[in-house]
Write a protein of this length. Structure first.
Length: 267
């Protein structure tokens, strides 16, 4: 599975996710914050003043954000340890680089997972080639990163991941379930057999997925906010990331792959 470089290390970042993006007062955030302005909860040491109580204080959106290690890459590599507080003139540029780097690191995460899947062996050469290209793109200086065509990389990676998905899900069932991009908000899917289902980009907000079988299901981009995963089997589901689980509900009977952790707020 993806290595530590693709996992957020806030101690080596300068709280870029607490400053660069904008957010609006909503169920996810208690206040409005313009892009480029520090969150009011950010301390002088780049730590969050309410980190232990984010959900209770009205900031659940912060708990489900994942930069895939882009924060420390920008802070320590791209800008060589120079932070936006001590060099405010370059802050905007750093924030722009962070936005691009986050996209690139997300693609690296998915490609790295894809490469570990036995069914992806026929595509491993292409996966390795694109991985190497992306690694070079993330290692560039600020100007080089800002010049990266993220859309072109996304198109290339998406084609590869679709091919991997098809191979992983092939032969699991006679009639594969295709709910790609489907509106399944609030749907009753209790105990549903969703093995090898195509749920790419599906809207599963508030869906009842208790005891559903999601083994080998493709969950890339699926919106699982407030979805009930109690008793669901998510072992070997593909392209499921931690932030999707963090946005959902579950319990001790929810079965996960070893690379994923059970969120602390689950029952």
């Amino acid at each position: 599975m993806p290595d530590s470089r693709l996992r957020a290390d806030c101690a080596r970042c300068f709280a870029l996710c607490c400053v660069a993006p904008a957010f609006a007062a909503s169920a996810d955030f208690a206040v409005d914050k313009p892009a480029g302005q520090p969150c009011p909860n950010l301390r002088a040491d780049f730590r969050c003043g309410i980190h232990a109580d984010l959900r209770q204080r009205g900031f659940p959106g912060c708990t489900v954000f994942d930069c895939f290690g882009a924060g420390q890459q920008v802070a320590q590599v791209t800008f060589g340890g120079r932070d936006w507080r001590h060099e405010p003139a370059g802050a905007g540029r750093m924030f722009d680089v962070f936005a691009i780097m986050r996209h690139l690191h997300e693609l690296l995460w998915y490609l790295t997972e894809a490469r570990t899947l036995p069914a992806a062996r026929p595509l491993r050469g292409d996966l390795d080639r694109v991985l190497a290209d992306l690694e070079r793109a993330t290692a560039g200086d600020p100007d080089a990163v800002l010049a990266v065509d993220v859309g072109a990389y996304r198109e290339t990676v998406n084609t590869l991941l679709l091919g991997v998905s098809e191979r992983v899900r092939a032969g699991v069932r006679r009639r594969p379930v295709n709910k790609r991009g489907a509106d399944l908000i609030g749907s009753d899917l209790r105990g549903a057999d969703l093995r090898a289902a195509n749920l790419r980009g599906a809207y599963l907000i508030g869906a009842d997925l208790r005891r559903a079988d999601l083994r080998r299901a493709d969950l890339i981009g699926a919106d699982l906010r407030a979805a009930d995963l109690c008793g669901a089997d998510l072992r070997d589901s593909i392209f499921l990331i931690q932030s999707q689980l963090d946005a959902a509900k579950g319990d001790g009977t929810t079965r996960l792959s070893p690379s994923l952790r059970r969120p602390q707020h689950w029952g």
